[in-house]
Every structure is written in structure tokens, then in C-alpha cells.
Design a protein around this ligand. Structure first.
Ligand code: HEC
Ligand code: HEC
Length: 173
């Protein structure tokens, strides 16, 4: 096999060393494209919420009613709708693709299907660390649903603890 570019040779070598192989590598690339589509479509008006914060039954409810989405029309094209629906299902709390999914499920009742990530007990518990003052005394902060105010990488779908910066409260005059 000949490689047109030294880099593609390197990629092939690395892939052959991984237990997964080039097929899985291609699948990962396809996944990244779908995640990108999700961020673009569902991150246009607010942060693209991590799919593992809600169970499939919640995402299903949200996805069938996008034309009446919290008072907005967030309808998707017939092409993108099934792709994003599958992405959300694949990464939902009940699909065990994320280490925190189990904790989300454990915090929900058996039939509970909240449509807000901010109503999930796991989410509330994780955010108990945020001092109440930060929210109450910051007029620019729209509450905990304002993810990007603290999660600096929220727009790119990253919510790591390391990227959290609490907003500085405005000093009262
Ligand atoms: C046209 C703008 C718009 C688009 C596009 C949009 N949303 Fe929303 N979304 C909203 C508004 C407005 C709210 C409610 C904000 C509020 O009241 O807190 C909301 C809230 C939500 C919430 C609840 C947040 C909470 O409070 O916990 C979820 C979950 C959600 N959207 C998912 C999605 C998904 C999934 C998509 C992509 C299919 C999407 N949104 C696309 C406007 C949009
Ligand atoms: C007022 C600031 C603030 C807002 C707003 C906020 N967060 Fe957080 N978030 C935090 C803090 C602080 C932590 C805890 C970090 C730690 O444990 O050290 C956290 C933790 C998290 C974690 C857990 C991270 C991990 O590595 O386990 C997730 C997921 C998360 N937030 C998602 C969200 C989402 C989604 C939104 C919006 C719907 C949001 N947050 C809004 C401050 C905030």
C-alpha cells in the first residue's frame, strides 16, 4: 500500500496500533460530524445541552414538539430531524455512553420525563456548589439555565469542571 502523504501514513500506523482499527476510526469521524450538527442546530439559541443529562423518554418528548419549543419554533429539516433524534437517543442518560448517565437515571423516578435539564435532580445536586448569591445578585445571569455564563466552553458542548468560572458579581454602588 502506498501513501500519498506522510501524514496519512502516520494515521494508518496509529490506527493499526489501536485495538479498534480504521473502520472504527471512520465511525468516530462520522460521530464527530453528527455532534457538530447537533451543536449547530440545538446550540443556536442556547448552549447545546449534553445529551446524557436527560433520558431518551425526555428527548423524545422534546423532539416531537419542536414547532412549539418553550414558546419558540425550533423545527428541524426533515433531513436533520432523524439524525439529531438518533444522536440524542444514542447519548441519552439511559444509554450508558457517559459515566454520568447512570447518576442522572438514579436521580429520576421510573416514569419521570422532564423536559428541562435544570429540573433533573442530578443537575441540581451538581450545581449545589454554586453559591446562591452568585445567581441572586447577578442581574446578567438568567439562572442556572444560562450555562455559558459559567461554563466557558459551553458553546462547543464541553462542560468540564476545569472550564467553569463563576461570573464576577457586579459591585453595588
Ligand atoms: C429558536 C431557538 C431555539 C432552538 C433552535 C432550540 N431551542 Fe431549546 N430552547 C429555546 C428556548 C427559548 C428555551 C427556553 C428557555 C427558558 O425558558 O429557560 C429552550 C429550552 C430548551 C431546553 C430546556 C432547558 C432547561 O431549562 O433545562 C432543552 C432541553 C432544549 N431547549 C433542547 C433543545 C434541542 C434538543 C434543540 C435542537 C433540536 C433546541 N433546544 C433548539 C429555544 C431554542
Ligand atoms: C452559575 C454558574 C453555572 C451555571 C449557570 C451552570 N453551571 Fe454547570 N457547573 C457549575 C459548577 C460550579 C459546577 C461544579 C464544578 C465542580 O464540581 O467543581 C458545574 C458542573 C456541571 C457539570 C458536571 C461537570 C463534571 O465534570 O462532572 C455539568 C455536566 C454541568 N455543570 C452542566 C451545565 C449545564 C448543561 C448548564 C446549563 C443548563 C450549567 N451547567 C449551568 C456552574 C454552573
Amino acid at each position: 500500500m502506498r501513501y500519498r502523504h506522510p501524514f496519512s501514513y502516520l494515521v494508518a500506523v496509529i490506527c493499526s496500533m489501536l485495538p479498534v482499527g480504521p473502520a472504527a476510526f471512520a465511525a468516530t469521524k462520522a460521530d464527530a460530524k453528527i455532534a457538530e450538527l447537533y451543536r449547530k442546530e440545538c446550540g443556536a439559541c442556547h448552549a447545546p445541552f449534553p445529551a446524557y443529562l436527560l433520558p431518551t423518554r425526555s428527548w423524545d418528548k422534546i423532539m416531537v414538539a419542536l414547532h412549539q419549543h418553550f414558546g419558540d419554533n425550533a423545527e428541524l429539516s426533515t433531513e436533520h430531524q432523524p439524525i439529531i433524534q438518533k444522536y440524542l437517543t444514542d447519548h441519552a442518560a439511559d444509554n450508558k455512553n457517559d459515566r454520568s448517565g447512570d447518576r442522572v437515571m438514579a436521580s429520576l423516578g421510573p416514569d419521570e420525563a422532564p423536559q428541562r435539564v435544570t429540573e433533573v435532580k442530578y443537575f441540581v445536586t451538581v450545581h449545589n456548589k454554586v453559591p446562591k448569591k452568585v445567581i441572586d445578585e447577578n442581574p446578567t445571569l438568567k439562572g442556572l439555565r444560562d450555562c455559558a455564563a459559567c461554563h466557558r466552553e459551553a458553546a462547543s458542548g464541553t462542560f468540564d469542571e476545569d472550564d467553569v468560572r463563576l461570573p464576577v458579581r457586579r459591585k453595588s454602588k
